[in-house]
Design a protein around this ligand. Structure first.
Ligand code: GDD
Length: 334
């Protein structure tokens, strides 16, 4: 039985990856902050259905010693490093802690692996945010990076560290360059969930408006459940490499709103208000990925499209805010 370690196991991607690896017969271990163990109801909620089948260890990405401690006690075949400060807007507020967690945290995991189990295969959660002010459309593995936020810069550093450990020490280290991926498990601060949750609250009378920032930004949105499968496939290849994971379709935040509100028979223009506060000092205007290398080499393809993703998120949020609102969708989407 293969053993995998997931940092960031409590997040959206960590929980889907856990389920995927359990289905494949893996023994799954996760690193969580100690505070998560003190508040399991809240902090481990995405793992509720699998908690009895996994192994949780307390460690902190700010502490090399705590990571080293776990890695020296258990041997792993694969390590998925997903933990990060992942909210781009927050990185403008506190760039220092974003850098500390995302760069040093990645370096600590790589250094500890090199020290105690250099044969363990390593996955780094790179991001399309690294392309930032995109130098080519669509973006693929050889598109130059031009990050536009402390978060994007920290991910470029993590990406380069991962390549450096591969080249310098011969370790099996891969970068996934994942474009935006969403689901009903997405955090409320990200725009997709903010919209679908907002739509559900408005539809059920719990709210009357939704305040958003830049509606013209365009993103390539896929489903997180599809994307974690690509992470796993990368670590099953004969040689380590880097892969773009994307749908190849782009939509604006405005289009997302339009379709999401229309799903419950509403017109977004009647409810969406402008909120200056959530505009970013530097924006990433257009992201659209070319995942042809992943199609070719990994046999990976996205399963859920833009409309199907939004329908699933709206349905889930309707059920969450009001169980009586089941069946409110106008059309199932595709
Ligand atoms: N969060 C948020 N809230 N974003 C808004 C809002 C709002 O009220 N209004 C407009 N936006 C715009 C943002 O300005 C941005 O252009 C876009 O919506 C998407 O924002 P997010 O959902 O916060 O995601 P992100 O694209 O910045 O980053 C996500 O995707 C990356 C991959 O490209 C995160 O998941 C990152 O961790 C990930 O690496």
């Amino acid at each position: 039985m293969k053993k995998a370690l997931i940092t960031g196991i409590t997040g959206q991607d960590g929980s889907y990856l856990t389920e995927h690896l359990l289905d494949l017969g893996y023994e799954v271990h996760g690193l969580v902050r100690r505070v998560a163990l003190e508040q399991p109801e809240h902090r481990l909620s995405r793992l509720r259905s699998v908690l009895s089948r996994i192994h949780i260890h307390a460690a902190n990405l700010d502490s090399y010693a705590s990571i080293f401690h776990v890695l020296s006690k258990h041997e792993f075949d694969e390590c998925y490093h997903l933990a990060a400060q992942s909210f781009v807007a927050e990185s403008f507020v506190d760039g220092f802690s974003t850098m500390q967690t995302n760069i040093n945290g990645t370096h600590y995991v790589l250094a500890a692996l090199r020290e105690v189990q250099p044969k363990c295969r390593f996955y780094f959660a790179g991001s399309s945010e690294m392309f930032g002010k995109a130098q080519a459309v669509p973006q693929k593995e050889d598109t130059p990076f031009h990050p536009r936020s402390p978060y994007g810069i920290s991910k470029v550093a993590g990406f380069q560290l991962t390549i450096n450990y591969r080249e310098a020490y011969g370790m099996f280290c891969c970068n996934g360059i994942l474009f935006n991926h969403e689901s009903p498990r997405r955090g409320y601060e990200f725009v997709t969930r903010k919209i679908t949750h907002g739509v559900a609250r408005i539809k059920t009378g719990l709210a009357s408006e939704l305040a958003l920032g830049n509606l013209e930004a365009k993103r390539d949105w896929g489903h997180a459940r599809d994307y974690v499968q690509a992470m796993h496939l990368m670590l099953q290849q004969p040689t380590p490499d880097d892969y773009v994971i994307a749908t190849g379709e782009t939509h604006s935040v405005r289009e997302f709103c339009e379709f999401a509100f229309a799903q419950v028979g509403l017109d977004y223009r009647d409810f969406v208000k402008r909120d200056e506060v959530v505009y970013r000092p530097a924006e990433v205007d257009l992201l659209i990925g070319d995942a042809s290398k992943a199609h070719r080499m990994l046999g990976w393809k996205p399963g859920v499209g833009f409309k199907g993703l939004i329908s699933e998120m709206i349905q889930s949020d309707l059920e969450m805010v009001s169980p009586a609102a089941r069946g409110e969708l106008v059309s199932p989407g595709t």
